[in-house]
Design a protein around this ligand. Structure first.
Ligand SMILES: *Cc1c(COP(=O)(O)O)cnc(C)c1O
Length: 238
């Protein structure tokens, strides 16, 4: 029998509340970002009916088709890699870009945001594990990007995002989440930026991320059920 969305949401909320309680955090210190990749506007509507308003898409192409069909009260974040030729469109579609992974991309977003007459909040994606296959700034590259924030007047670096290596045991993600939080402390000092947001944790490991200081968890399959197998729709990145 199909599980209902509101039941899955209740399960996610219970896990979030328990993780917050374990480390003495308030539930409202962590925002739940609902990942809607591969889901249609009907699924977004169902999530909104259940009170969710913050959504994430990982591909501009998919978001371009979906967002106009969804209620305007939804807020959209881009959580996947952004190609330079899609920056202008991304600036139109999204309230925040979570996967800015190079200084060059940060500069392009700044320029496109200036042209659009807005200031865009972004997160820098950090490749904490150093896996070659992964997008993201190497930790050594982050200070230069933070320093650039002084001259880039149409982007606001609000935080950091990371995706740990795939692991069988979710506990293996913990050192990467912890490391990002620790790196942030140093980067706050050198840059003077508050960097309030830490976007980390997905369906299988968000409790660990919350225990390690996540302010935003990105949850898809725990809310909507498993996605179709990789390949067809779920290319992962733009
Ligand atoms: C798909 C995706 C998620 C959500 O993954 P689930 O395992 O379905 O929760 C989170 N973050 C990013 C960057 C994603 O691409």
């Amino acid at each position: 029998m199909a599980e209902r969305f509101i039941d899955r949401l209740a399960g996610v909320e219970a896990r979030l509340a328990a993780a917050c309680a374990r480390v003495g955090r308030e539930r409202d210190e962590v925002r739940l970002l609902t990942v809607t990749k591969t889901q249609g506007p009907d699924a977004v509507a169902e999530a909104m009916a259940a009170g969710l308003t913050l959504f994430g898409e990982n591909r501009v192409q998919e978001a371009r088709a979906k967002i106009p069909l969804c209620a305007a009260a939804a807020t959209w974040h881009l959580i996947g890699h952004l190609q330079s030729n899609k920056v202008r469109e991304a600036v139109q579609l999204f309230a925040l870009l979570q996967a800015v992974d190079s200084l060059r991309l940060l500069e392009l977003v700044d320029r496109a945001a200036a042209e659009a007459g807005r200031t865009l909040p972004v997160f820098l994606e950090v490749n904490v594990s150093g896996e070659r296959s992964k997008n993201g700034f190497a930790p050594e590259g982050v200070p230069e990007a933070l320093a650039a924030a002084n001259r880039l007047t149409h982007v606001e670096i609000r935080g950091l995002m990371t995706i740990p290596p795939v692991a069988r045991d979710v506990e293996e993600a913990r050192p990467f989440f912890r490391r990002l939080r620790e790196l942030r402390e140093g980067w706050r000092r050198v840059s003077g930026l508050a960097l309030p947001d830490l976007s980390m944790g997905m369906s299988h490991d968000f409790e660990i991320a919350v225990e390690e200081g996540a302010t935003m968890v990105r949850v898809g399959s725990a809310l909507f059920g498993p996605r179709p197998p990789k390949g067809a729709n779920d290319a992962g990145n733009e």
